[in-house]
Design a protein around this ligand. Structure first.
Ligand code: ADP
Ligand code: ADP
Ligand code: MG
Length: 658
């Protein structure tokens, strides 16, 4: 293999920067990382051969500073820049500047990105090329009444999309005409906030929609191939949650029709490099060649590219580097084939019961499964900050069949141990165990329909609480053969534990002659016998049954990983008072640091439980904060445009008659 470049700069951070460096290293290419103030010790910086500091923590001060990044490439002697995904990856002005500086952009031409950059223009182009496109309005008239009339013509339900949108942002599903005006305002405002462009388009909302996309690749010699499809129908708020390849129920005829359409789309813009053509598919009657439509093209490497790598046996980053250096595509269409099935699940720091709120925190403990590919940009001890995407890792599995690959994913998620921040891991595991998903019955509404069951938090059983108190009392560290238990005599111990705000009191005594200890948790009583400890794992016998579990401790917390579940117990300070508990129902608190975008109530207003009070923008998304109960607003402590801290009390409610 000829080396396409000697040194490249990766204009990104996190898992994708690490992912690109992995292939570069394997190909003997030196790598240059760039980093912000917040990322000085980040994994991507440690992974690279050299690293250049490019500015402050906010993305606008660092990862979006094209000129500073180009300077860093020139200074370090890199010949090419890989943009990863997000940030500058789909910015044609950046591509122009890179080329003007005499460097190679590892990605498509600026003109191809421009052609596909705005969803409205891309759609017009695709109609001309003969690619099927979702019916709707993609014109320039943005008058609210005019757009409402267009929505009527298209027929409800409709989808309003910011034309510059991406990552599911700036999109609103509208079911009824009376909701149109408010949704238009929201989509446009989000488009403006995230992409600096408030223009929207209207699309027919496809029923029983499935998101099926085709990976395409072009080179500078006029060749274009596709590397088959990925099904990304498992979504929440139009964001992908679990992806797979191939698509369940795919037929040869459908694959050929979609593959041909994708190649036509790429050829229409002389595409070179990695790209994805996203289609929306009407899955209400199986897969049919006249029921798929172009949605958009992502002119970059996709987050979910690893599933394609698993089923094709190709390294897409290697392809990108080769093509960017002027080489021909490594394989022709007829040389590509599908082997088995692959899944990817995205693990995020987010609070699922709190409406999937992005979370922050220190990764006090981090372990991945040894039986999956784990693409990550963090390691134990790193902090998930509010500055960047809170994705912790992508877990990817491969099997000969769909059910084998899905089974492996279930196991890999059960083996994933994360403490110090909340994550969506158990939600992902619940999805993998979902009966319909297991049968391949996917559509983009599945998660919403099944949400209640999927986010159900299992209460800790009294056995789990007993195990936790065993760990708190330190018995799992004892070697039973040394008789440590017996030293206890028949003394009783009391242990206080708190889980999700609920307090548990456990009493234990070691009266049994075999060294087992009895634990009383509320009404329940369990006998636990410590057997052994292997590294992180403890084995014990609880009421005659063997259990394996792992634990970790951090700042007043004991975390128990058992049966694929995570229980994070706080160990309360018995001397501390109860604090503001009584007030909790009266307060609306900022769940994370962010910007107040909108305030919809003022001091003195009477509000009902569930009323929207404020819109907080954080992590590039809008979060509506609602009234926790009926009442009168006694204090409104925020103004539009305020930057607020995590935990700031924004609204105080009082009773009607106070
Ligand atoms: P799609 O554009 O179809 O959603 P991807 O899921 O690959 O495709 O990623 C979308 C883009 O949005 C990427 O460029 C990524 O940087 C960005 N993105 C994805 N998820 C998030 C997120 N949770 N927060 C911020 N940006 C995101
Ligand atoms: P983004 O740039 O944010 O990825 P997309 O246009 O790719 O925007 O749409 C994101 C998701 O929204 C799709 O994956 C799909 O689930 C849903 N979606 C988009 N267009 C339609 C449509 N016309 N009908 C039904 N669902 C749609
Ligand atoms: Mg998309």
């Amino acid at each position: 293999m000829t080396k396409p470049f000697s040194k490249i700069l990766i204009a990104n951070r996190g898992e994708i920067a690490c992912r690109v460096m992995r292939t570069a290293k394997r190909m003997g290419i030196d790598t240059v990382a760039v980093y912000s103030d917040a990322d000085a010790d980040a994994l991507h910086v440690m992974t690279a051969d050299e690293a250049v500091h490019i500015g402050g923590a906010a993305v606008a001060d660092s990862y979006l500073k094209g000129d500073v990044i180009i300077d860093a490439a020139l200074q370090s002697g890199a010949e090419a820049i890989h943009p990863g995904y997000g940030f500058l990856s789909e910015n044609p002005d950046f591509v122009d500047a890179v080329e003007k500086a005499g460097l190679v952009f590892i990605g498509p031409s600026a003109s191809a990105i421009r052609a596909m950059g705005l969803k409205d223009a891309a759609k017009k182009l695709m109609i001309e090329a003969g690619v099927p496109v979702v019916p709707g309005y993609h014109g320039s008239n943005q008058d609210a009444d005019f757009l409402a009339a267009e929505a009527e013509k298209v027929g409800y339900p409709v989808l309003i999309k910011a034309r510059a949108g991406g990552g599911g942002k700036g999109m609103r599903l509208v079911e009824r005409p009376e909701d149109f005006a408010m949704s238009l305002e929201g989509a446009s405002r989000e488009g403006m906030a995230s992409f600096g462009d408030g223009h929207v388009l209207i699309e027919k909302y496809v029923t029983a929609p499935r998101h099926i996309e085709i990976q395409v690749f072009g080179d500078n010699h006029g060749n274009v191939v596709h590397l088959f499809e990925r099904d990304c129908s498992l979504q929440r708020r139009h964001q992908k949650v679990i992806e797979e390849a191939p698509a369940p129920g795919m037929t040869d005829a459908m694959r050929k029709a979609m593959g041909d359409a994708a190649v036509t789309a790429a050829e229409a813009i002389n595409y070179s490099g990695a790209g994805t053509i996203e289609f929306i598919v009407d899955g209400s009657n199986g897969l049919s060649t006249d029921a798929f439509w172009f949605m958009e093209m992502n002119t970059r490497l996709q987050v979910e590219h690893p599933v394609t790598e698993f089923i094709t046996g190709q390294d897409l980053v290697e392809w990108q580097l080769l093509v960017a250096s002027g080489a021909k595509l490594p394989k022709s269409q007829s040389e590509l084939s599908i082997n088995g099935h692959a899944f990817e699940a995205r693990i995020y720091a987010e609070d699922v019961p709190k409406g999937f709120l992005p979370a922050t925190g220190k990764l006090e403990h981090l372990r991945f499964s040894k039986c999956s590919r784990n693409d990550t940009g963090v390691r134990e001890g790193d902090v998930i900050t509010p500055f960047y995407d809170p994705m912790i890792a992508k877990i990817i599995t491969h099997g000969a069949t769909r059910s084998e690959a899905l089974g492996k994913m279930g196991n890999a998620l059960a083996d994933t141990q994360i403490a110090g921040t909340v994550t969506n891991t158990s939600f992902l595991a619940a999805l993998c165990a979902h009966e319909g998903f297991a049968k391949g019955e996917v559509d983009t509404g599945l998660i919403d329909r099944e949400l209640e069951a999927l986010i159900k938090v299992d209460d800790a059983s009294s056995k789990v609480i007993a195990l936790a108190s065993l760990c708190v009392l330190g018995l799992d560290h004892c070697d039973a053969s040394l008789g440590s238990y017996r030293n206890w005599g028949s003394a009783s111990h009391r242990c206080l534990l708190e889980l999700d705000g609920e307090r548990h009191e456990v009493y234990s005594h070691s009266t049994n002659s075999d060294g087992s200890v009895a634990y009383v948790v509320g009404e329940a009583k369990h006998t636990i016998e410590f057997i052994e400890r292997n590294g992180d794992e403890t084995v014990c016998r609880i009421d005659g049954q063997i259990w394996n579990f792992s634990t970790t401790q951090y700042r007043g917390h004991l975390v128990l990983f058992v049966g694929g579940k995570t229980f994070d117990f706080a160990i309360p300070d018995p001397l501390a008072g109860s604090g503001h508990e009584g007030e909790a129902g009266n307060l609306v608190v900022a769940p994370m640091p962010g910007l107040i975008k909108k305030i919809s109530a003022k001091t003195g207003d009477a509000v009902n439980e569930g009323d929207a009070l404020l819109v907080l923008e954080a992590m590039k998304m809008e979060h509506t904060l609602i009234a926790p109960r009926d009442g009168i607003i006694a204090e409104m402590n925020a103004e539009e445009g305020d930057q607020v801290e995590d935990g700031a009390v924004l609204v105080v409610l009082e009773d009607q008659d106070e």
